[in-house]
Each structure stands twice: as structure tokens, then as C-alpha cells.
Design a protein around this ligand. Sequence first.
Ligand code: PGA
Length: 223
Amino acid sequence: MKKFFIVANWKSNKNAREAKEWFQELQSLNLKGQNLEEKEVVICPSFPLLNYTQHNLQTLKLAWHVGSQNISPFKQGAFTGEVNAEQVSEFAEYAIIGHSERRQHFGETDEMLAEKVAMALLAGLKPIFCIQGKDTPVPDGVAIVAYEPVFAIGSGHPDTPEDAEEVAKAIKEKHSGVQYVLYGGSITPDNMRSFTALEHISGGLVGGASLDPQKFMKIIENA
Ligand code: PGA
């Protein structure tokens, strides 16, 4: 059976109280009856909420996973303000790397992102590497790629499933290590299935719609 990843990217949203409310609402959705076995769900909050998210998933007895939205390109040491991969790995299994918002607002280059991937792998974190198109370089060791065209992020205008499928296929052909390609950009409960129904797309990286537990659960169900 095809394996799916549904990844929530909360971006720079939610304080501890709001995260608590998210998990409380999730709990009220009666998760027990859901068959989510072939779906790997990953919640990526901002750094201060990694530990809390891990704790909540354990309390709810949900076999979901935690991911960070970024990591440092450096090991531990004199890098004020950075959070390194080893620190993240205490609370998370995944790390989103190379999101276009990081590239755009924080000047992250392909070289720096390759360093981040290397750091993630060294610490045992699984990178979810974001690409903006077929030609975005993918560092060695990346198994999960998320295709996120910039025009589709937060715009309400997703790419077409056909385009996404073409990119996913091309990426797998070009990089033999890439096992899964996810789509991201204006995913909703209504459009998720049109992407995951296609042969080469193995799930979604969900921004805005992941902030609402009801919508996020529907996306998981529909994937
Ligand atoms: P969006 O964001 O779902 O709000 O479009 C996706 C992303 O940036 O990961």
C-alpha cells in the first residue's frame, strides 16, 4: 500500500495556549475510530513548542511525529540564536529544510541548505526538503522532498495536480535517493485527494489549513 505523509507546518504561529487549544480540539474529534495506519502525520511547530507537542502526542496516545521547521547549519557552539540538529533531535524526528520562506526572508542558499541536510542526517533527523521546482538542487541523503511552488503558498491557488505529478516524477528520476515527493501550497480538505491520487505524490505539506484541527483532520482523512 502507498505510504502517505501529511505534514503540518505551523510556521511562526501559535503560542503555548493556542497549541493547547489545538490539541484539546483534536482530542474532541474522536480519533480512535480513524484508520490512519498508512498515514504518517508530522506536526512541525516553532522551536519553543517542540517539547510540548511531543508531550501532547504522547498524552493523546497518538502515533504521530514531531518535526522542526528549520535547523542550524552548524553543530553546537558559538552560534548565538541558532538551534542545532542534535538539540532538535531530542524532541523531533523530522526537520523541514529549505522552505521558500527561509530562502526568501533569511537568505538561505543551496550551499547552506546542503549543510543543514548533512547536520540533520548526522543527528538522525529525517529531512523534509522543500523544492520550488524541478531544477531546485536536492542534497544527497534526502529521501522526502516537498514540491512547493512559491505562487501556491498561502495564495489560495494551488498548482494543478498534473504539474505537481510531473515535477514529482522528474525529481524521482533525477535523484535516486528520493523515495517520497509531497505537494505543498494551498492544500485544503477538498483538494488534497486530487494530489495524493496520483502515482508519484505521497502526501502534503500543509500550512494555513493545519492551524485548524478540524480542517487538518479532514486533510488526513482525505489524503
Ligand atoms: P499553505 O502553506 O498551505 O498555507 O499554502 C504551505 C507551506 O508553506 O508549507
